[in-house]
Design a binder for this molecule. Sequence first.
Ligand SMILES: [Zn+2]
Ligand SMILES: [Zn+2]
Length: 378
Amino acid sequence: MASDDYYEILGVSRQASEAEIKRAYLKLARELHPDANPGDPRTEERFKQVNLAYETLRDPERRRQYDLFGAAGPAGRAGADPFAGFASGAGLGDLFDAFFGGSAGGFGTQAPTRRGPRRGEDAEAALDLDFSEAVFGGEQELTVRLPVACQTCSGSGARPGTTPVRCTTCNGTGEIRRVRQSILGQMVTASPCPKCGGVGEEISSPCPTCSGEGRRLDEQAFVVDVPGGVDEGSTLRLTGRGAAGVRGGPPGDLYVHLRVRSHPTLVRDGYDLRGVVHVAMTQAALGAHVEFETLDGIEELAIPPGTQGGRELRLRGRGVPHLQGRGRGDLIVTVAVDTPTDLTPAQEELLRSLATERDEPVADSDPGFLSRIRGAFK
Ligand SMILES: [Zn+2]
Ligand SMILES: [Zn+2]
């Protein structure tokens, strides 16, 4: 484990501005995001630490507290900070405890390791994105209403000025151990203490704000870094953004389901985009350069001479960025050839000459005949 100093974790100085902290966080979060490093527990652990560090340093009040008291908070008690267990890799400790019967006998210097409060629930939220926001990604503000650590008691659940007392059922360990004989020898199994919920402590005088739960429902707004290339139905997992745990337990994760608004002229086709360009009959026949509005701005499309309706033109790299890896898909533009419907007499004359020149029989110009034809299609 590299460091437990939040400033070192984010790689910023203690004097860093809020903007510097946010920049450092977003850069690290992108590098370490579990979706970019599937199945790598060390990266995931660092990702959690980075989130934890940012969670504290982004909030001026919590940052001040951290500068004064460190991660344990003003009470100076390990575990008072609702995220402390989260940062120290409590999960791994649990695993070792279950297999080896804890460190109580082995290391001597410390009190029995507490199992620790239980993790908060995972939560879900929906986020609406514009079409180009999904294609290119970027920062989005998201507001969720979830249980957050109670600030009155720093998540401990105890009325300020009082301290929780050791749980008598589990003697403060937060778990009930049973020793049994098996063919492999003595086995120790541990389960959370039913009385204190695994916290190891009982509250004699509950915090008035949260009634001893250590958390309360509140609205939180934060910035989600949406990766480019997401689509309707994509889900982002935000580690540690779910509900705060009861009485200082680590937070759950937040799953953000993305909904993407449609675009007036473009549609997604995997990582490609598709659109239609309308050209005049003469442009299709003679070739032309026409303007086409892509997501990157207006681009010039070369219509080759003799282009047929339905021809597909490909703008390489003007599609959707690949979620994993580099590069972008293409923009495929289908040509639609528009037949003129508003010919002036002079233009009609020109077209008739062309038809005669090309030996292409056309309907005659008898006004009565034409109005009958038009009438038939009305
Ligand atoms: Zn409270
Ligand atoms: Zn207990």
